[in-house]
Design a protein around this ligand. Sequence first.
Ligand code: ADP
Ligand code: MG
Length: 265
Amino acid sequence: MKQEVEKTVCKIIVMANQKGGVAKTSSTRNLAYSLAEMGQRVLAVDFDPQTNLTISFGIAPATVKESTASLMMKMLMDEALPDKDSYILNIGRVDLIPSKKALTVAEVNMLIERQDDCLDKLLSPLRCDYDYILVDTGPSLGSLTINAFTAADGIMIPFDAELFALVGLKELTDTISKIKQNLNPKVEITGIFFTKCSKRTTLYREISEQVHAAFGHLHIFESRIPATVKVGSANSKGLSVMELDAKNEAAIAYMNLAKEVLANA
Ligand code: ADP
Ligand code: MG
């Protein structure tokens, strides 16, 4: 008799934009928390040697033994991985694989050895444990980001209107197209979302119109994350903005973004 097994499909979503300061890390942190609040099993992965995501979870990188840095080195050297309890930290409802500065060493080795699938090999076996795996990346389109794109099902692009980075957005989407052709046919751009939106300026409206005109073929999320100092203060306290102030408008916006992600991705 055919068995009806309900299978939840894990999505690996990479937060990417080669521009620094557009809220990749803040969005990974708060989207991870929001999705977990909605009952999803979530793993956040710090794949940036700057370790900001790790810090935003209240973890001091110097105190962690295993990290994306050590795990990537083991992958590159074909060494067996340690037990997953040794590298997955449980922080409230969200699990985290932290990072260390030494991830830059792994990046150089990935480049020299042309290894694009180290992160994919680490995360694929973890798919059965989670509904969403969110990967934070650094401000470059180097080997680490290429590894992240190779592991991804979807890529979410935070866009900060104030920084006017339309040219960068074109470079990013062109790079993703190349990854799709050559390395990872399943990868899709989940969507672009606006961060650090200020109500005071007309700049946001103008830029938003330009993004819609140039990238209207891509999904653009309805939820916009407003600019508020609470996001930065939550990060520095190791909290999500919802835990700091659930009524804050950025907290509400991230919950709405999570609802859209659940509906779309
Ligand atoms: P990235 O990871 O893309 O470099 P971060 O998430 O580290 O970006 O954010 C860059 C800076 O912007 C940080 O100082 C952060 O506190 C701040 N920031 C992020 N989101 C917001 C927001 N909604 N409003 C105001 N400041 C924000
Ligand atoms: Mg960051």
